[in-house]
Design a protein around this ligand. Structure first.
Ligand code: HEC
Ligand code: HEC
Ligand code: HEC
Ligand code: HEC
Ligand code: HEC
Ligand code: HEC
Ligand code: HEC
Ligand code: HEC
Length: 443
């Protein structure tokens, strides 16, 4: 198309635009003025193409059905005579899909944004541009829009195809449920369930993510979740902490649920498993995962105890009060929850990898029937990490003792006492110790 015809098209649609602008203000944009001009001038071709293949196109749900804004909407702007928004919200979808929006709000996906915003690791990132390409890329699933509604519906059925079939595939979850701290896609893909799905895409023999997490097409992905919930999961106590975190007996910051809630969540999940397995088989598998979680949490608890003791003895190098302060907890020792991966000490950095990666793989792997993640990436790595933490603890304590000895020696010298044979031996021993430590560290 040459420049003149583009110009003509724009003029024609401007005219149509102005004739319907009055309606647009009342949120009744005339059908297809948007589609017509975009087609004519070749604007946003990919979007038009996706949309034209969608159920929306067949049902005459056009650009304006979602993009039209009301006068006074915070994110609205005038576009060729129409008042529109660049970001339709779940509030807009709910006009036609109220049930899906309601279900979505009941599940934890709707918390994605607000939980992220309060996190210290979010606040510690240098600026907004970096945050947008990092945390926000995934946590936008709970994005809060100008109208106050939360949830980015195009997270699973991508715009502008908005296909239910696409959202049923495990890949729909992959961009977010992957990586070092929550590799559900990999746990699943290499489990027996995932392998069967890989071998035969069209089979209903094996479950996919949504079989277990969106039973009956629900948009509440939190159904049937008990100890194995997001982040560090939950423990059983006499109260349900809801979406608040509390400190577990092992010292890990997580949610707490009651035995009753545990039982009802477990029943929900087992109803799904027992469509294919015997209930007792499936119950056994989930109880094994519960046990892996408890044992792994206890290992992390041991590490927390070691590091807290070092902190109480003033032996962390550097101590929290001598670092850039944690944006949420300030100069307090912070393990799990708001722990950051910058401005920390070596032993705390080792701990971070232990609780954020190894611990997670152990039990999240087990809940997804993946023996390799449960063991090699999880339990085995967790134990190795604990040994490293114990060794670093011994090193820090030995160094402190030697420093103290040297200090005593120095004060002795100042008082006019000539260092005797014992003093000489102590200094040589200290020098040897420090060299050994330095050599070991370099390895
Ligand atoms: C007269 C032609 C014309 C009409 C009518 C029109 N558009 Fe557009 N629109 C365009 C062109 C051209 C662009 C590309 C501009 C650009 O790339 O910056 C565009 C861009 C957009 C954008 C992206 C804006 C941005 O800043 O990123 C949205 C959203 C949009 N149109 C939606 C609509 C909707 C909804 C309607 C109907 C209410 C509509 N358009 C009607 C021509 C039109
Ligand atoms: C079913 C609702 C719906 C329909 C119909 C719809 N959109 Fe969108 N559109 C969305 C949503 C949702 C977003 C993403 C919102 C966000 O970023 O949070 C979006 C984003 C956009 C964007 C900005 C992002 C980008 O990729 O550039 C443009 C431009 C756009 N739409 C154009 C159109 C055009 C043109 C049509 C008609 C052919 C159309 N939309 C039809 C829901 C819709
Ligand atoms: C004006 C009404 C309307 C609005 C607004 C609307 N939709 Fe739809 N949507 C429909 C209709 C009609 C269908 C087709 C229903 C059918 O085939 O049973 C549909 C179908 C769908 C489907 C299922 C497609 C499939 O493959 O079966 C999805 C997913 C969907 N919409 C998502 C959205 C999202 C997300 C939004 C908001 C960004 C939205 N819709 C806004 C009317 C709307
Ligand atoms: C755009 C990123 C994104 C996509 C895509 C995504 N999720 Fe999530 N999911 C998240 C985030 C972020 C959370 C944690 C939300 C929170 O609690 O703050 C989460 C949490 C969950 C939970 C935990 C619920 C609980 O109560 O503990 C389940 C289950 C889940 N998602 C399943 C899925 C499934 C299944 C899919 C694919 C169909 C999917 N998710 C697609 C980002 C995503
Ligand atoms: C975590 C992924 C995910 C997110 C986010 C998501 N959906 Fe869906 N959606 C699905 C899946 C999976 C299906 C197919 C359910 C089924 O039929 O098994 C679906 C189906 C639908 C359907 C078709 C229902 C039917 O019975 O035909 C509509 C409408 C819909 N979603 C709207 C929405 C709206 C609105 C939002 C935002 C509030 C949204 N979805 C967000 C995964 C998601
Ligand atoms: C065979 C059923 C099943 C399949 C398939 C499945 N999950 Fe899960 N998922 C579970 C169980 C069981 C739990 C833990 C339940 C509990 O807390 O008791 C869980 C927990 C989760 C959680 C919370 C944190 C965690 O990992 O424990 C997320 C997020 C999640 N699943 C996402 C996914 C995604 C994404 C997929 C697909 C790649 C998937 N799941 C496939 C059964 C399944
Ligand atoms: C690759 C996508 C991705 C990125 C990047 C990401 N997250 Fe997440 N986050 C998730 C998913 C998925 C979950 C839930 C799954 C799980 O925990 O098993 C989650 C869980 C969380 C939770 C727990 C929410 C709850 O309800 O307990 C917090 C807090 C969090 N993330 C904060 C952040 C912060 C802060 C950043 C950036 C520093 C970040 N995330 C980066 C995907 C991501
Ligand atoms: C849609 C049917 C289906 C659902 C639902 C399902 N599974 Fe499976 N599962 C299978 C099939 C088929 C296999 C492959 C059996 C084999 O290994 O030969 C399998 C394999 C397994 C395996 C590994 C093989 C073995 O026998 O040790 C475990 C463990 C397992 N499932 C547990 C569960 C649990 C727990 C749930 C519910 C959270 C569940 N499954 C839900 C169909 C299903």
């Amino acid at each position: 198309m040459n420049k003149i015809s583009i110009g003509l098209a724009i003029i024609i649609f401007f005219l149509i635009g102005f004739s319907t602008a009055a309606h647009a203000q009342k949120n009744e944009v005339k059908d297809n003025a948007c589609v017509g001009c975009h087609t004519m001038v070749g604007a946003t071709k990919g979007i038009l193409n996706d949309w034209s293949m969608s159920k929306h196109a067949i049902n005459n749900v056009t650009c304006d059905s979602c993009h039209a804004a009301d006068q006074g909407d915070k994110d609205s702007f005038t576009h060729n005579g129409f008042l529109i928004t660049k970001a339709p919200s779940p509030g807009d979808c709910s006009k036609c899909h109220p049930d899906q929006v309601k279900q979505f709000n009941a599940g934890k996906h709707s918390l994605g944004w607000t939980k992220m915003e309060t996190a210290s690791r979010y606040k510690a990132i240098p600026n907004d541009m970096m945050r947008a390409s990092m945390c926000e890329g995934c946590h936008s699933i709970g994005k809060v829009y100008a109208d106050g509604s939360a949830g980015k519906c195009d997270s699973c059925h991508t715009r502008h195809l908005f296909s239910a079939e696409e959202a049923r595939q495990p890949e729909a979850c992959e961009t977010c449920h992957m990586g070092l701290d929550h590799d559900q896609i990999e746990y699943y893909r290499t489990s027996k369930h995932g392998v069967i799905t890989d071998l035969d895409r069209n089979t209903t023999r094996a479950p996919t993510c949504v079989t277990c997490h969106a039973d009956g097409g629900t948009h509440d992905v939190s159904q049937g979740i008990t100890l194995g919930s997001v982040s560090q999961g939950a423990f059983i106590s006499d109260r349900n902490s809801g979406n608040d975190y509390i400190t577990s007996p092992d010292g890990i910051i997580m949610r707490s649920i009651t035995q009753e809630d545990f039982n009802s969540g477990r029943t929900t999940m087992l109803q799904i498993c027992s469509r294919c397995h015997s209930e007792s088989f499936a119950r056994g598998v989930l109880e094994q995962a519960d046990e892996i979680k408890r044992q792994s949490d206890a290992k992390v608890g041991e590490a927390i105890k070691i590091i807290s003791d070092l902190y109480n003895d003033g032996l962390l190098d550097p101590m929290p009060e001598n670092r850039t302060l944690n944006p949420v907890t300030g100069n307090k020792l912070t393990l799990t929850g708001h722990q950051t991966y910058s401005n920390t000490s070596e032993i705390e950095a080792e701990f971070f990898e232990m609780y954020k990666y190894a611990l997670i793989h152990a039990w999240k792997g087990a809940y997804h029937m993946n023996p390799d993640y449960a063991h090699w990436y999880g339990w085995a790595q967790l134990n190795l990490d604990l040994e490293k933490i114990k060794a670093e603890n011994r090193t820090l304590r030995r160094l402190a003792e030697l420093e103290k000895a040297l200090e005593t020696e120095k004060t002795g010298t100042k008082a006019g006492v000539v260092p005797g044979f014992e003093g000489f031996v102590a200094i040589v021993a200290l020098a040897i110790m420090i060299s050994i430590i330095l050599i070991r560290k370099r390895r």
